[in-house]
Design a protein around this ligand. Sequence first.
Ligand code: SDX
Length: 431
Amino acid sequence: MSDTKTVKLVDEPNKRSSELPLLSGTLGPACVDIGTLYKDTGYFTYDPGYGSTASTKSAITYIDGDQGVLLYRGYPIEQLAEKSSFLETAYLLLNGELPSKDQFVKFEDQITHHTMMHESLKDFFKGFHHDAHPMAMLAASVASLSAFYHDDIDVDNAEDRKLAAIRLIAKMPTIAAACFRYSIGWPFRYPRNNLEYVDRFLHMMFEVPSEPLTLSPVAAKALDLLFILHADHEQNASTSTVRLVGSTGANPYASIAAGITALWGPAHGGANEAVLKMLEEIGSADKVETAVKRAKDKNDNFRLMGFGHRVYKNFDPRAKIIREMTHKVLGELGVNDPLLEVAMKLEEAALKDDYFVERKLYPNVDFYSGIIYKALNIPTEMFTVMFAIARTAGWIAHWIEQHETPGARIGRPRQIYTGANVRDYVPADKR
Ligand code: SDX
């Protein structure tokens, strides 16, 4: 007798039943393995938003939406936020364990020595109009890395996969800063190897030829923490996109570029930019009630951006950390942003309102992050680019994991066909 747990599917119309295996992981709900369902029963399953569907097994990140739990390789996000750094977290996501001192020194050195982009890549920017959205420039530039490295990447070679991961984590800040500087007409800045990851990025973003940049430890610490919090998040839309593109054998640069374009949507990573625009549109705390009313009105497509989550039906643990950090960072930087008061009033009003309480709509990672980015003088259009820099660590960790999984197959969902039934061609003069 097999000790595999199963569930029985009773097919009344055809008077038959199937035993489907139940799969369990380290944590989280068990899954019904429906891999043979179509072959055994002729039925597909239907779950268009994948609300009840596990698309893969993964050892990278675990989320418990009801408890508001987020673990990277088993470590609680609260502990990593307090004790780790983004680069150490990137190592953890990629390798599954926290690095020893020597391992971290080697990893940091590898990243530091892959930060430059090809000189000819800079010429690509000249094709963009000055007001091109930085996410458009980022997606195009990262996809174009395939043109520079396409021939030296064998997706089945572990060393090639690791090098691609190093290159992407190292070059994203350089390319992101170039997107920003091109949009404001400033000359690009080369990465400085004597600076740490976040300071190097801030230097490439804000250093001007006319005077040396004074780097702020408060800004660097805040940004490093935001990068940790945004580094990975299980099978979210952009990570699932990276995996689907990766499943075709596409090279890592093309796969990550696909993730960047998926992240751009306002329902996903584009929400942080949309939150700032929403707070600016609301304008002052006395207009919060109206905004909450509009968000509840089904005839109004206004939503409270930064609220709600497919998985978290409790406070997003990242939002809690960012919320506390917002007050600390603005205080330390001496920034008094009236939008913070609007955000806090909005959160207070929504969390007391039945509409939000019944639907378990809480602030998510995007609700407060934009206020901090703004305090660091990062323009609104760059907010999702910041998200992409951090999420590159998670995306490439998932891309590597799927290529390390034996027997991985191309992702190819099916559908419920609702179009016309079979019919014969009608000549034009008879239509
Ligand atoms: C991220 O998946 C991830 O992990 C993503 C992410 C990551 O780290 O990768 O966490 C990052 O993308 C965070 C989410 C950022 N997006 C936003 O803040 C945009 C605003 N939020 C939503 O549009 C929405 O909440 C989603 C997209 C986040 C979740 O959508 P779901 O799970 O499909 O929920 P739904 O649209 O079915 O909403 C359920 C109900 C609906 O009302 P009813 O039909 O039941 O009456 O809640 C309502 C929705 O109208 N609702 C909202 C709302 N979000 C949901 N109503 C007002 N304002 C909102 N923000």
